[in-house]
Design a protein around this ligand. Sequence first.
Ligand code: NDP
Length: 475
Amino acid sequence: MGAQQEKKPSEERKHKSTQNNTQTSQVQWGRAWEVDWFSLASVLFLLMFAPLIVYYFIMSCDQYQCSLMNPLIDLLTRNKHLSDIWNKTPMLTYKAAGIYALWVTFQVVLYICLPDFCHKFLPRYVGGVQEGAVTPAGIVNKYEINGLQAWIFTHVLWFANAYYFHYFSPTIIFDNWIPLMWCANILGYAVSTFAMIKGYFFPTNPKDCKFTGNFFYDYMMGIEFNPRIGKWFDFKLFFNGRPGIVAWTLINLSYAAKQQELYGQVTNSMILVNVLQGIYVLDFFWNEAWYLKTIDICHDHFGWYLGWGDCVWLPYLYTLQGLYLVYHPVQLGTANAIGILILGFIGYYIFRMTNHQKDLFRRTNGNCKIWGKKPEYIECSYMSVEGTKYYSKLMTSGFWGWARHFNYTGDLMGSLAYCLACGFEHILPYFYIVYMTILLTHRCIRDEHRCLSKYGKDWKRYTAAVPYRLLPGVF
Ligand code: NDP
């Protein structure tokens, strides 16, 4: 199941096109050039409310045992004022600032100073220097894929220091959770602002920059496509994967340790959440080279959406189930626990196999077997900024014949499993499945809009052949 890179663009069939109308279609793919009022309203809403949403969820657990309603009731009945809640909120501490600075520095060092050696001894793992997809300007970036190595190093050091040398407690993350949130926000805003300034004054690839003229939209959705410092420090790959996703499993481990400290045992629901999310995280790093071909890297520009989102939104809201279980240690009945585990595994299987089928199909240029047969596909073409014509294929068999984004369906099943592990007492742990449903449905529509701009009539032939997006016969 190891992912490997797609066919190199230099090996793709391509030729120069002199047609005038190509200029229109070239610039359409990638993120928008013009901002409609709905996009602008959504951007302003998110810029204003996303940090408050994160604060509200984490504060609800800290002060209200994870009840989302009680803070509102307290405020509406004037039982409490906003200042009461704010005054009870832990502030930034030197300790948290030190931990966070050390954490980010350590991840930067692992990212840029340690070339990958895992691919030398792990069969089927693709690491080391890999190429990304062709950007709208026709550039192909090289990446040092060493996320799995960073994850292993970090976790070995975590266990050694927390359980063997006792340099720190394994509950250190939980114990400093809110002060660390302020640090994550500082980094999230700093990196987004830096990316904006860099986009204007010293972009890495000026041809891959997009300016809409709207400050808020550009700040949120990013100007530069692949901002870099030096040859190797790629903002998107670093911030998407580390520090957020490496931290995900450590955060969950810290929650499990807190349960142990508070109740003298770790519940089966906490183990389920740790195992299912751990598989998801490990899958991400095992397939980091494949990840270079996903929408985050291939199509999104780097702005607040990715910068702040990876620093704050992801580590704080993707780990809500574990946090909830510290306050509500749910012990599931055996049948329920097995049912949730099976749902999680089936979701993961669909997610992984669907992604694997596309990866295999693209990597072999269709010369492979999907479910024992030669894959069916639609031939399509698109243009780069300089007018070079590229050819590609859209698969219409396997899971990709069932729906146009069955990988999202598998992801949603897995997400539901994490939430179900928390029982039904509170809605807070269900935020994740609601959010993922909105995120992936919106992503699906966004991606299809982009593919339509990129492939034109070929995309229409594809949607006629595979009419459903997520659920065959339904949507
Ligand atoms: P996909 O991996 O589905 O990639 C979409 C791209 O694949 C399209 O833009 C197109 O790109 C190509 N493509 C579309 N249809 C076909 C086809 N039939 N045959 C061949 N290629 C096709 O999307 P994402 O990058 O969004 O997602 C990757 C995974 O990451 C998913 O499993 C998703 O669930 C997960 N994810 C998880 C998130 C989280 O927060 N947990 C967030 C986002 C994603 P091209 O231009 O190359 O043709």
